[in-house]
Design a protein around this ligand. Structure first.
Ligand code: TPP
Ligand code: MG
Length: 806
């Protein structure tokens, strides 16, 4: 079995790169190593100790936490890279932040944040003295304390690293439009096996060295995950090197386990990388020619759990997966382990590192940068403080004229594209538009008039014909929802603004990224020192109801069900039915902070209902009665027809028209819902309607037929506590469909006008028997429509070109 490599390879221009020159004087080396020992001491202390933080007395069981929760294995490597970067921040006055991909190694990040003083500034009760250190140790991964990852509570963090895979894309998002920023990102070698991380190496093709900052990935090749070796650590060196060269990087290797040698190697290699980055940037910036350089990256091959216990109970720990979490457990009834822990902690010689009060000694303190140059205090990592509001054109200028509701059709997203174009024009430094190859398909292509798609890879002559590519584009398109979402999150968390559009069925690719970001935002709101960041705006388009040519796999409105699981404080869902309501919603969302705004709007031709003034009022309320579609004014309705979503709204309106044709005296109330959370009780969501308002809109006892864009159960989830819930009958997508005409797809899922009208006949007591004839006729028309579709491949013109008749 191969042990960690200790061979030192010479620097070459074309082969494997490892810097060998000794950059650290003996004193620098001694101090740097002492600083690292302090980090490692704190990391272990955080995991184990609740008292006796400086080991001023012999270690006793009562000094040790009863539950040992945390991850030691990653921590020493993380702080190793962090403090080496500190050296260069001071030497070259770098503006740098640090992202820990394996965020479970938080002790390796919290330790330097504490040593450089930021932690105590942010949390004054964790001061830089013995009592502060005790409190700092105790709260880590402790009930009522802080989490065991680089959560938002961690000063300097924009990346929790709870769910692995997003570190590199987050790092690039942070670097975009921050020309002076260096984003160092540690990538777990296990993390590198995830799909999201694998695709994100390509981000280097989207970094413009003139206007963007730099990303320096450090692959943390500690060889192991929780219980397994990592693939990248068990392939030949050449294969690993070729892999990264193939991704367009220049890999530098730092490999070994002897701290003295490794410090020299890391100091030299990191410095070479920083200088190489500067050279690349200067060349591009002085020539004005954007290019795609082969940016440097570092492969840091070091033992997992470096400097920790070598063996425990006869099992190898350092340099093996057993070092992943707590190397020594069962302390309280195992004196041998207690002794081994004490020996391990004392091996860092805390008495040499901290003064009598418990503060880091001044010669070591001097190794950390000052003020906002400290990575834990860099404002980019608390992006809300840098955030400037977007300069917004007036969204009303993009309205379309609606003289009478339900007469003209328009593509709902196209005017939004023009609105985004002009937002882009006014915010050319802090706004970007993201989409997985779909901005044109989603009818947002007007945005290219302001800025093209960023492309730094090769160009072909034919690209000039509609390719819309440019090396300075601000529209980000790559076919990786993961990478785009990660870029956007990184961009927002560093204080900028963005807009992401994606196909409804495939937004599920980022379900769990959405989850992670929602959790981040929920915690962000709890921390007074974290300033609000721009909301993440997600347009879900190419929706389930218009997948005529793509079929079954493209029909999935279930993302909304995922969104609903997350904290109501941070999630918003909007289903604007037409152009003007979409513009009004987008205008609101783009100026909001600390939310994830999910907007569902199909891109194809749809009937238009609301004037801009009506749209503003309707969207401000979030839901409301459409008077012109209702005939119950001044009386109690016999039935409420409700809708949410563009196509369901049209079918619901057509159902109302059919019912009025058949039953002129039937009193129908038409309610449209734009803001889905309005349906929730006000006690559960800040947007929720009071029971009084809900009952007055949806009645306390009349049947409600609700035609919904997504899966029907979601409306029940939202309304189950309402007085009239037992009378709410929801239609929505039920996994039926393939290559259908729009109406046939609606019929198969029973959201069509005929099914809805029949539903009403079935639910309104006075019609149950009297409506039998009408029901028959509606069924016949439904069957005729399906036959027509199967015969002609299109919907009957009278359906296709249906207009609101009243
Ligand atoms: C996407 C995802 N899958 C699984 C996990 C569970 N998990 C936590 S740590 C870990 C191993 C990580 O190994 P590596 O990236 O090499 O980090 P190291 O601790 O070695 O630095 C796993 C599988 C996770 N956090 N995220
Ligand atoms: Mg690992």
């Amino acid at each position: 079995m191969a042990s960690p490599r200790t061979d030192v390879k010479p620097t070459t221009t074309d082969g494997s790169r490892t810097a060998t020159a000794e950059r650290l004087s003996a004193e620098e080396l001694r101090n740097l190593d002492a600083y690292w020992r302090a980090c490692n001491y704190l990391a272990a202390g955080m995991i184990y100790l609740r008292a006796n933080p400086l080991l001023r007395e012999p270690l006793q069981p009562e000094h040790v936490k009863r539950r040992l929760l945390g991850h030691w294995g990653s921590s020493p490597g993380l702080s190793f890279a962090y403090i080496h970067l500190n050296r260069l921040i001071i030497k070259y006055d770098l503006d740098a932040i640090f992202l820990a991909g394996p965020g479970h190694g938080a002790p390796g990040i919290l330790a330097p944040a504490y040593l450089e003083g930021t932690y105590s500034e942010v949390y004054p009760n964790k001061g830089e003295d013995e009592e502060g250190m005790r409190a700092f140790f105790k709260e880590f991964s402790f009930p009522g304390g802080i989490g065991s990852h680089c959560t938002p509570e961690t000063p300097g963090s924009i990346h929790e690293g709870g769910e692995l895979g997003y570190s590199v894309s987050h790092a690039f998002g942070a670097a975009f439009d921050n020309p002076d920023l260096l984003v160092a990102v540690m990538v777990g070698d296990g993390e590198a096996e995830t799909g999201a991380l694998a695709t994100s190496w390509h981000s280097n093709k989207f970094l413009n060295p003139i206007r963007d900052g730099a990303v320096l990935p450090i692959l943390h090749l500690n060889g192991y995950k929780i219980n397994n070796p990592t693939l990248l650590a068990r392939i030949p060196h050449e294969e690993l090197e070729s892999l990264f060269k193939g991704y367009g990087w220049t890999p530098y290797f730092v490999e070994g386990d002897d701290p003295a040698i490794m410090h020299q190697q890391m100091a030299a290699t990191l410095e070479d990388c920083v200088l190489e980055i500067r050279r690349i940037q200067q060349a591009a910036r002085t020539s004005g020619t954007p290019m795609r350089p082969h940016w440097p990256m570092i492969v840091l091959r070091s033992p997992k759990g470096w400097t920790g216990p070598k063996e425990v109970d006869g099992h190898k720990v350092e340099g093996f997966w057993r070092a992943h979490q707590v190397p020594l457990a069962g302390m309280h009834n195992n004196p041998a382990h207690m002794q081994q822990l004490e020996d391990w902690l004392r091996s860092y010689k805390p008495e040499e590192l901290f003064d009598a009060s418990g503060r880091l000694r001044p010669e070591l303190k001097a190794l950390a940068p000052q003020g906002t140059r400290r990575m834990s205090a860099n404002p980019h990592a608390n992006g809300g403080v840098l955030r400037r509001s977007l300069r917004m054109p007036d969204f009303r200028d993009y309205a379309i004229a609606v003289d009478k509701p339900g007469q003209v059709a328009a593509e709902n997203t196209r005017p939004l594209g023009r609105f985004l174009r002009d937002i882009m024009r006014q915010n050319m430094q802090n706004f970007r538009v993201f989409s997985p190859d779909e901005n044109s398909s989603n009818r947002l292509d007007a945005v290219y008039e302001a800025s093209k798609k960023l492309w730094l890879a090769d160009y072909l002559p034919e690209d000039a014909d509609g390719g819309e590519l440019a090396p300075d584009g601000r529209v980000m398109e790559m076919l990786s929802e993961h990478t785009l979402e990660g870029w956007l999150e990184g961009y927002l968390l560093t204080g900028r603004h963005g807009f992401f559009s994606t196909y409804e069925a495939f937004v599920h690719v980022i379900d769990s990224m959405f989850n992670m970001h929602a959790k981040w935002l929920a915690m962000n709101r709890e921390l007074p020192w974290r300033a609000p960041v721009s909301s993440l705006n997600l347009l879900i388009t190419s929706t389930v109801w218009r997948q005529d040519h793509n079929g079954f796999t493209h029909q999935d409105p279930g993302f909304l069900d995922v969104v609903l699981n997350k904290s109501p404080e941070v999630c918003r869902i909007y289903l604007p039915p037409d152009v003007n309501s979409l513009l009004s919603v987008a205008n609101h969302c783009l100026q909001s902070t600390d939310y994830i705004n999910v907007i569902v709007s199909d891109k194809q031709q749809h009937l238009q209902y609301l004037t801009m003034d009506e749209a503003i009022a309707h969207c401000t309320k979030g839901l409301g009665i459409w008077r012109r579609a209702s005939n119950d004014e001044g009386t109690e309705p016999d039935v409420v027809m409700a809708s949410a979503g563009d196509i369901p709204t049209k079918e619901a309106l057509a159902a109302v028209a059919l019912l009025r044709e058949h039953f002129p005296t039937l009193k129908i109330r038409f309610v449209n819902v734009v803001d889905l959370y309005k349906l929730m009780p006000s006690s559960e969501h800040p947007h929720g309607l009071s029971d009084r308002d809900f009952d007055s809109l949806f009645t306390a006892d009349k049947p409600v037929v609700f035609n919904f864009h997504g899966y029907p159960l979601l409306i029940h989830r939202l309304t189950y506590r309402r007085t009239n819930h037992h009378n709410i009958h929801v239609r929505g997508y039920k996994e039926k469909g393939n290559i259908n005409t729009p109406l046939d797809l609606a019929i198969q899922n029973q959201i069509d006008r005929f099914s809805l009208a029949i539903d009403v006949i079935d639910r309104v007591p006075a019609l149950r028997v009297a409506g039998a004839h009408a029901k028959e006729e509606l069924r016949n028309r439904q069957i005729a429509c399906q036959h027509y579709a199967y015969e002609h491949g299109i919907d009957m013109p009278e359906v296709d070109q249906w207009k609101w008749p009243y």
